[in-house]
Design a protein around this ligand. Sequence first.
Ligand SMILES: Cc1cc2nc3c(=O)[nH]c(=O)nc-3n(C[C@H](O)[C@H](O)[C@H](O)COP(=O)(O)OP(=O)(O)OC[C@H]3O[C@@H](n4cnc5c(N)ncnc54)[C@H](O)[C@@H]3O)c2cc1C
Length: 532
Amino acid sequence: MAKGGRRQKSDDWMDAGPLSGLEEGKPAVFDLKGERILLVRYGEAVHAVGAECPHHGASLEEGLLHDQVLVCAAHTAAFDVSTGIVKTPPALHDLPSFDVRLVEDRIQVKKRITKFKPPELRGESGTILIIGAGAAGTAAAVALRREGFDGRVIMVTAESEPPYDRPMLSKDFLAAGFDRSSILLENDEFFTDRKIDILMGRQVSEVNHGERRIVFMDGDYLQYDRLLIATGGIPRTPAIEGTSLRNFFLLRSLSDAEAVRDAIEEARRAVVLGAGFVGLETAAVLRERDLEVHVVAPEKVPLAAVFGERIGLRLRRLHEDRGVHFHLGRTAARITGDVSVDGVVLSDESSIGADLVVAGIGILPAVHFLEETGIVQQNAVPVDARMRTAVDGIFAAGDVARIPDFITGKTRRVEHWVEAMRQGQHAARSMLGVEEEYREVPFFWSKQYDTVIRYTGHVPKVRKIVYRGDADGGDFLAGFYRGKKLLAVAGIGRTGEFISAREVIARGSTIGPRDFKRTSIDLQEYLNNRSI
Ligand SMILES: Cc1cc2nc3c(=O)[nH]c(=O)nc-3n(C[C@H](O)[C@H](O)[C@H](O)COP(=O)(O)OP(=O)(O)OC[C@H]3O[C@@H](n4cnc5c(N)ncnc54)[C@H](O)[C@@H]3O)c2cc1C
């Protein structure tokens, strides 16, 4: 059922146009009495599903269609076009689907009413406990039910909110007028229907794996049969004077974002510590809210470690053109103020006046409570390709997990929303005995002002970059290479080519640097012309 529980208004078949107007294998959108639907034709068979991604509402017309799977170009959620069923997050909902019939050359459709119904139950009982109700935890809980697990599913979160959209905190949510309910991933009914229990405001302080129980701060405990660690990260606090002053903020949780938003109302000048994604996105919103904004960071070029210098400079310009002041190659030495912050002194002893300071200087994986279990190594939880930790019955996913990386043959720990969800989904399947190796290509996006930059793949160290389009402008792709092997792609615009390139990487193949630069990237053409 669609978010909010929309109901079908009529049982009548509705005309959706002529079959001859529909190109083979090419999604086309039709407006059906105000509802946008997507039609896909394979020979005489036509599939009809909703045309908007349930994640953030992007039009699926731009998506990549292969093997009856439609991948949303905006954030890479994937759907089976023959049923509308979501295959991979970030969407958690299926697309509305329609019965289709052909009457001579006319396509007629009728909406199916679907209420969530788990597939055949596995007859498995027991309790699966998930510590964390963020991206990985939520996707895992939902996947357990989709896979037909009929035991107890309990998600535990230290926060006092049900699962919400964390990436929005440094974007639309910081802007004025965005309310709490619109940031929740799903409503209560969604979780109740799926019999997913959420324990909120409960901090876990210990995992006793011998007894298979988790212990809460207050000494209370819960037994489990299988356990998923999905605790994400704890934002780093700069080790300087002044971080306990009023109007100094970290930005990880919904309550952090609300506090920043409240402070914006009274502030005129802001300093952002850190020029990573959270820092720059926050700087963008602060500028949009008309504050004087200063960004302080030790690197010379923002995000050069991820994108290379050229794109880093392009992003810096994006902010400078809107009036952001950068103080790069420097760090904050102390935050000044009496009760509330009134400024920041930098490592070169220069100072900036400030009414609020936001630090976005990275996270530490939230693994401190796991030390006794022996599953933590170098501040993260190593897992195998089925998300299993070193201890039987304990799995990990999301920002805490270090996983084998099939692209580089090494391991990776990344901090991306979609990746965390997919790892959570995979862990759930693995907990139920599905024997598949995790082979997702990481993906993230960042939105700064109206510019959305996307990235897919994994590059431990940026070396060779090949550009396609205008890298200094607003419409380009950058291919990150090791020799002739394409490891990752970043870009602004060109979403069709971007997701095609991602699919090529997912298939373990490559696009040579010369082709990347000169030839349009179209998965179908690659499939036709090359042996991928
Ligand atoms: C402001 C911001 C903007 C972002 N923007 C983007 C973006 O645009 N694109 C992108 O790809 N990624 C973005 N990210 C990163 C993305 O949000 C994370 O990678 C993702 O949330 C990780 O998911 P997770 O499930 O591992 O952890 P989280 O989503 O952080 O969830 C962790 C959960 O564990 C709980 N928890 C932690 N410790 C305990 C404990 N001891 N006991 C009980 N519960 C506990 C927490 O309360 C929470 O429910 C952003 C992050 C932030 C903070």
